[in-house]
Design a protein around this ligand. Structure first.
Ligand SMILES: Cc1ncc(COP(=O)(O)O)c(C=O)c1O
Length: 404
């Protein structure tokens, strides 16, 4: 009976919904939720970094002192006080005048990706993306019917020369926009080199190309000098930001900053999706951002914790697998990217889960690149002792499946 209903209803699902099938890897990663597994697979921040006392106090103030603002429906664009604080931070980071009207508060930056795909592209249009790239963005773009134009990465981030070749080659393509995570990229952890940032901005101006600069990890720098965002060098950038990695992802507060015409169009699209982002979450974040010095300290605390963990993970990998593994050494964010020549990461994963650890096989993030021998490892979610133990388990799985 259950099967009949399931089969009958499957026939009602649209072609587009069918295209959004769960991936094989995602299914395997369900296993990593077992309590005995030390997972380096997830993109989850460390819950011990959530500023729970300050969040509780801000929520209390919002509900008791500003209950209408915090609990009533609000404007689709977002709470004016929050938009102003986000605009101020952006102006400070980029050195470019930024008006609160250029800010749309979104339900996580993921919603910004979805809205941009639908507002800037029609089905069949193209979007230039990093290969490998952030899975959630690739999924949002595909769901909107956009075709992905993969641009490879190296240790200096997006190959801007390859993007230039795409725009000017014998059969030039004109993507609706280019999507990049220039600082501490997901999945590779690499950062776009300063000269490439300037080149990307110049390319955007020359070809009237929109660049979507997604910055969820940019504040989480634990080594090296801060770099200017691409948005500091051209107006043709749409910046996506979020409080998911600095405060807590459950707040679902993100934002998009861009030209007014785009904010107006994405606001109309957002209205049909969720009317507005949670008023309570916005009130809490606006309250906390009212004290920029506190927020900067919070960000520094998270970054320092992740820095210690990155160092621990890198040392443990070098210790156990030194000769077999090549690693990116990120200066921030949550991820490190490893290459083990000759590896078939998909076949390693079940053995790793069996040993009690997990990672994401590189080809989960691939558009067309062959990334069978890569793994994404998150250093954010486990403490130092557990990271060391996870590496011991990974090594055992590797010895079993890929004897040296
Ligand atoms: C590159 C990138 N962009 C966007 C997001 C979405 O984050 P959120 O919707 O929580 O702001 C993530 C989450 O992991 C990410 O890694």
């Amino acid at each position: 009976m259950g099967t009949t209903i399931a089969t009958a209803s499957a026939g009602r699902i649209s072609r587009r919904a069918h295209a959004l099938r769960s991936s094989e890897i995602r299914d395997l990663l369900h296993l990593t939720r077992r309590p005995d597994v030390i997972s380096l697979a997830g993109g989850l921040p460390d819950p011990s970094c959530f500023p729970t006392d300050e969040l509780a106090e801000a929520a209390h103030r919002a509900i008791t002192d500003r209950s209408v603002l915090a609990l009533q429906y609000g404007p689709t664009e977002g709470d004016p006080a929050l938009r102003e604080r986000i605009a101020d931070r952006h102006q400070h980071a980029t050195g470019r005048p930024t008006h609160p009207d250029q800010v749309l508060v979104t339900t996580g930056s993921q919603q910004g990706l979805d809205l941009l795909a639908r507002v800037l592209g029609d089905p069949g249009d193209t979007v230039a993306v990093e290969d490998p790239g952030y899975l959630g963005a690739l999924q949002a773009f595909k769901a909107a019917g956009l075709r992905l134009l993969p641009i490879h990465l190296d240790d200096g981030g997006l190959r801007v020369d390859a993007l230039a070749a795409l725009l000017t080659g014998p059969t030039p393509d004109r993507p609706a926009f280019v999507y990049t995570v220039p600082t501490f990229q997901n999945p590779t952890g690499v950062t776009l080199a300063p000269d490439r940032r300037t080149e990307l901005a110049a390319l955007a101006d020359e070809h009237d190309l929109l660049v979507v600069e997604d910055t969820p990890y940019a504040d989480l720098r634990f080594s090296g000098p801060a770099l200017l965002p691409v948005a500091s060098a051209t107006d043709r950038v749409i910046t996506l930001g979020t409080t998911s990695k600095t405060l807590a992802p459950g707040l679902r507060v993100g934002w998009m900053i861009g030209p007014r015409w785009l904010i107006a169009a994405t606001t109309r699209a957002k209205q049909a999706v969720d009317l507005h982002t949670s008023s309570l979450s916005q009130a809490v974040v606006a309250d906390l951002l009212a004290d920029p010095a506190w927020f900067d300290r919070q960000v520094a605390t998270v970054a320092e914790r992740y820095g210690q963990r990155a160092a621990t993970l890198e040392a443990a990998l070098a210790d156990r697998l030194g000769h077999r593994i090549a690693l990116t050494r990120p200066s921030g964010g949550m991820f490190c990217w490893a290459r083990i020549p000759g590896l078939d990461a998909r076949s390693l994963l079940p053995a790793a889960v069996d040993e009690g650890t997990a990672f994401v096989p590189g080809d989960a993030f691939a558009v067309e690149a062959d990334l069978r021998d890569r793994l994404r490892l998150s250093f954010a979610a486990a403490d130092e002792a557990r990271l060391v133990e996870a590496v011991a388990r990974l090594t055992r799985a590797l010895d079993r499946t890929h004897p040296a």
